[in-house]
Write a protein that binds this ligand. Structure first.
Ligand SMILES: Cc1ncc(COP(=O)(O)O)c(C=O)c1O
Length: 456
């Protein structure tokens, strides 16, 4: 298995050919899922005592299995938060894999971690956080949010008064599902302000004022969103920062999706107040054009994260030794062994420069505005709200929830587009609507027009 022979050389060339084809392709099929039983019926047993052979397995991948995936970078994949990794970043993902780097400790991964930190310095500079702030790359926004919540909770519990209290955090219903999920993992209660629109400082203040004495005692953090997943809404970060400061609460900003827009001059002012956060989540695998998986958690005071996350063990002592000194990413988030997942981003940034990132994000913002105008000029559809960041919510006049679902499946089945429905809170009820999220700068106006036409 670990020896080199001619078969291995040939296989390497085949894999490279596939990778070159994928990296240089300008069009991809959209791909459709199949049931696991159907896939099994097609490919049969693949994991056997003697193995089926690399060539055979690779052919199964190329012919059948790869086609059961929806590429996130298809220009008409506008569902959820799609992605669009740069070709340079994808290329360097191959180099990252081939280099076998353990990215937890400087002692083993200094070269890779150095590159990650160069990329991280740029991301931190976009936030405007004060000198000393820094972050690490995580597996995604979920892990970044968890790392931040745990850091905040541990900091709060330094005080003996809170040692045996179950923590409480406040966010809004616009917050991403991972906040609720990660609060559960951290065994923290969560209070949701019942608005999907911008969470304002005043609303936060009112919510805190309704807490009873014990709830207030348990409250230790507020999570604001810098670009909601559903609608691209940025909370009132300045107002929330004021309240957090007055109330001595940890201020976390989840900008997993919207964080890329910090690079865009046209909308940077909307994030005003983010520079006062205690921690921030930004996902380079969303709007910073990194391949999966690459999230980031950034702290105003990284030492607090270290106190919460640094692992201890006699086998790890060597890493704390003077001879092994350096920045250890494992100390600042929940994972020990980690891939140097910021390395592809670093290579792409170094290749293209940060200006190209600005332009690519601006294009996503522009596409949302273009889609908004097209919707306003189309008699069959109407905007649910003005486009925000790169999200556009719109309704097809006269459609019920089933119509949206059927339309999604039909377009997907045809291999034409993936645009999925969502719900928007309208008064006390939730309305099913359609949603675009633009990330890929290669999406064209024609793509948008064709998708809207398919609703007629
Ligand atoms: C605002 C926000 N936070 C967190 C997440 C979770 O990120 P991940 O899927 O990388 O774990 C998402 C994902 O869409 C998001 O949009």
């Amino acid at each position: 298995m670990h020896k080199i022979d001619i078969e291995l050389i040939e296989m390497t060339l085949d894999v490279m050919k596939y990778a070159i084809g994928r990296i240089s392709a300008t069009e991809h099929d959209i791909g459709k899922p199949k049931k696991a039983e159907e896939l099994k019926a097609i490919v049969g047993e693949t994991v056997t005592p003697k193995g089926v052979g690399g060539e055979y397995a690779f052919n199964l991948w190329k012919e059948h299995l790869s086609k059961a995936n929806v590429p996130v970078d298809h220009p008409r994949n506008l569902a959820f938060v799609p992605a669009s990794p740069t070709r340079a970043a994808i290329m360097f993902d191959l180099v990252t894999s081939a280099s076998s780097i353990h990215g937890a400790y400087w002692m083993e991964g200094a070269g890779g971690i150095f590159c990650e930190n160069e990329a991280m310095s740029w991301i931190v500079s976009l936030t405007g956080l004060p000198e000393g702030a820094f972050g690490v790359f995580t597996s995604g926004g979920t892990a970044a949010n968890l790392s931040a919540i745990v850091t905040a909770r541990e900091y709060w519990r330094r005080d003996e008064t809170y040692k045996r209290e179950k923590g409480l955090i406040i966010t809004s219903i616009g917050a991403h599902s991972s906040i609720k999920a990660m609060a559960k993992v951290a065994d923290v209660d969560i209070l949701l302000v019942d608005s999907e629109e911008e969470l304002k400082g005043d609303a936060l203040r009112k919510t805190i004022d309704t807490l009873n004495f014990h709830q207030r005692k348990r409250l230790f953090a507020v999570v604001a969103t810098g670009g909601t997943t559903n609608a691209g809404i940025i909370d009132d970060l300045e107002g929330i920062a004021n309240v957090c400061e007055q109330e001595n609460l940890w201020f976390h900003v989840d900008a997993a999706y919207g964080g890329g827009a910090l690079a865009a001059d046209s909308v940077r002012h909307l994030f005003s107040g983010i520079e006062r956060a205690d921690s921030i989540t930004i996902d380079p695998h969303k709007w910073m054009f990194s391949p999966y998986d690459c999230g980031a958690v950034i702290y105003k005071n990284p030492e607090l994260a270290k106190e919460a996350h640094s692992q201890q063990g006699s086998y790890l002592d060597i890493f704390k030794d003077e001879g092994a000194h350096g920045f250890n990413p494992t100390d600042y988030q929940i994972q020990l062994t980690r891939r140097v997942r910021g390395l592809p981003l670093w290579f792409s940034l170094a290749t293209h420069g940060t200006d190209r990132y600005k332009q690519a994000v601006e294009r996503g913002l522009e596409l949302a505005q273009i889609a908004g105008s097209m919707i306003e000029n189309n008699p069959h559809v109407e905007l649910v709200r003005e486009p925000s960041l790169s999200c556009v919510l719109f309704r097809r006049i006269g459609w019920n929830p089933e119509d949206y679902t059927n339309w999604t499946y039909e377009n997907h089945k045809k291999g034409f587009a993936l645009v999925t429905p969502t719900k928007w809170k309208n008064g006390d009820s939730f309305e099913t609507v359609s949603r675009f999220c633009f990330i890929n700068p290669d999406t064209t106006e024609k793509d948008i027009a064709m998708i809207l036409d398919s609703m007629a």
